[in-house]
Unconditional design. Structure first.
Length: 185
């Protein structure tokens, strides 16, 4: 990988973590997410339209515009779920759960629905991601916690809603990723 590309990836990772910490530490995560999305839209969308126009690229097909709008709506739902998860749970639980499930679900959709193929490197990457997710997050702990005091019928309490919102966040990430992939096809 070229050093410039690696640098861009590193900067993107730092900005991504900083954004999620900001979201978690804000008094109202949904309000912070809404302000962030609106500010980014006001700054990025016009710049993208101008860059497209200046480059002389052909007009976007209507299907591409529809996929872009659908992807944007799903991303807005992602922010609602992420804000709800951050409001209810620790970032150390919510973030890895949302970010760990998303690529795994994206691979399932990509291979199972979109007909993508994984080579050896991709397969090894999925195995490494799954191993890291299981090692860091230990999802079975949620069931152990649910078996604790105050258990209801069957010996289980309701699973922490932050976990459910984090999983929903992962589903929305995988969904807009799949839509974006269809748009680039």
């Amino acid at each position: 990988m070229e050093p410039f590309v690696f640098g861009l990836i590193a900067v993107a990772a730092v900005l991504h973590v900083a954004w999620n910490v900001r979201l978690k530490t804000s008094g109202d995560p949904l309000r912070a997410a809404t302000i962030g999305m609106l500010a980014a839209s006001v700054g990025i969308v016009p710049a993208g339209i101008i860059a497209w126009w200046v480059s002389g690229a052909p007009p976007l097909p209507l299907e591409g515009v529809a996929l872009g709008i659908a992807s944007g709506v799903i991303e807005a739902v992602y922010f609602v779920f992420l804000a709800a998860a951050c409001r209810r749970g620790d970032l150390s639980v919510v973030y890895p759960l949302a970010r760990g499930t998303a690529p795994l679900l994206a691979v399932v959709v990509g291979v199972g629905v979109l007909g993508e193929r994984l080579g050896l490197g991709g397969s090894l990457g999925v195995v490494a991601l799954l191993a890291g997710f299981l090692w860091l997050q230990r999802p079975w702990r949620a069931l152990e916690i649910a078996r604790g005091r105050g258990a209801g019928p069957g010996g289980l309490r309701a699973i922490d809603t932050s976990i459910l919102f984090a999983l929903a966040t992962g589903v929305t990430i995988a969904t807009y990723t799949a839509l974006d992939r269809v748009g680039f096809a």
